[in-house]
Design a protein around this ligand. Structure first.
Ligand code: C5P
Length: 287
């Protein structure tokens, strides 16, 4: 039986996230810079001859994963798009927090698409995987491309940008946030003027990390007070903190030698010192 072992699925952070409008179908037009970090899930894939797609949770601790999670849906969507009758058992080692704004589910889906495309010898081009991925979630195409990027539209317009390598502290409160609740909230600011890549690119090195704002953050703080609490914890240590995506995780830049000294965190909170990645470890798996 053919297998692929320990494929990485890295998390992302949104350096900023602007909401510039709303489409007729309710989806929001965004501008953001997405950066990959070294907080990763890993996925192993075993080919099956019976056509069945199954996710195996052996070894998983914490909240049970939903039966029909994005990994499973990604595998089914690929089977359908390629007209394939091959199956797979997906072993997911989940480390990226859920409901964090770190893209864990979308990254898992992208890694499943890249992995099964190879395991099943489908040889679908990246453009086809992106089409399949976009139907699974707005962030999936970014992970498939695998480079830090300026992302606009609803997530499908992706332009690579350079972001300096940087140490970052990520703080995930116990409570998570559901993306739809943030986007549907009446208090969400939806008319931020368009920024340009040129203005972003003019910024030198670390100034790129301080560009813009996260327009979702005020609504997230309204819905979940732990977001503001996390921001305050970092600001009290003199870190410039910001939320990623639709939260609830927040992050701050660390100087090269800085060792954050956060007080004892409330139970269920997670903190991790991460590094930005130059590119996704699976970049080039399909072209
Ligand atoms: O694509 P994803 O699953 O991340 O989106 C979850 C929900 O967030 C969507 O169903 C939609 O309500 C909202 N959303 C949006 N505009 C976007 C992305 C997501 O309104 N660009």
């Amino acid at each position: 039986m053919k297998s692929l072992y320990d494929l990485p699925a890295p998390a992302k952070l949104n350096l900023f996230l602007h909401v510039t409008g709303r489409r007729a179908d309710g989806y929001h037009l965004l501008q953001s810079v997405f950066v990959l970090i070294d907080w990763c899930d890993t996925i192993s894939l075993d080919a099956r001859f019976d056509g069945v797609i199954r996710r195996d949770d052996v070894g998983h601790v914490g909240e049970p994963l939903p039966a029909d999670d994005l990994c499973t849906r990604a595998a089914r969507a690929l089977q359908q798009a390629a007209g394939s009758h091959q199956g797979a058992t997906i072993h997911l080692n989940k480390r990226i927090p859920s409901q964090a704004g770190m893209g864990g589910g979308s990254s898992d889906a992208a890694t499943v698409l890249l992995g099964l495309n190879r395991l099943w010898n489908l040889n679908l081009p990246l453009s086809k995987l992106e089409q399949v991925g976009l139907q699974l979630g707005a962030d999936v195409p970014f992970f498939l491309r695998g480079r830090n990027a300026w992302v606009s539209g609803v997530g499908e317009e992706i332009t690579p940008v350079d972001v300096p390598q940087q140490r970052i502290i990520v703080l995930k409160p116990e409570k998570g946030l559901a993306t739809p609740a943030i986007f549907q909230h009446p208090a969400l600011k939806r008319d931020t003027p368009h920024a340009t890549i040129a203005v972003f690119a003019e910024k030198s090195g670390h100034e790129r990390f301080l560009f813009g704002t996260n327009d979702l953050q005020p609504v997230a703080e309204l819905l979940e007070p732990q977001v503001a609490q996390a921001i305050t914890l970092l600001r009290n240590q003199r870190f410039e903190a910001r939320m990623t995506g639709s939260g609830s995780a927040v992050f701050a830049l660390l100087a090269d030698d800085a060792a954050p000294n956060l007080p004892d965190l409330p139970s269920g909170w997670q903190q991790k010192t991460c590094c930005t990645l130059v590119e996704h470890p699976l970049v080039g798996w399909t072209t």
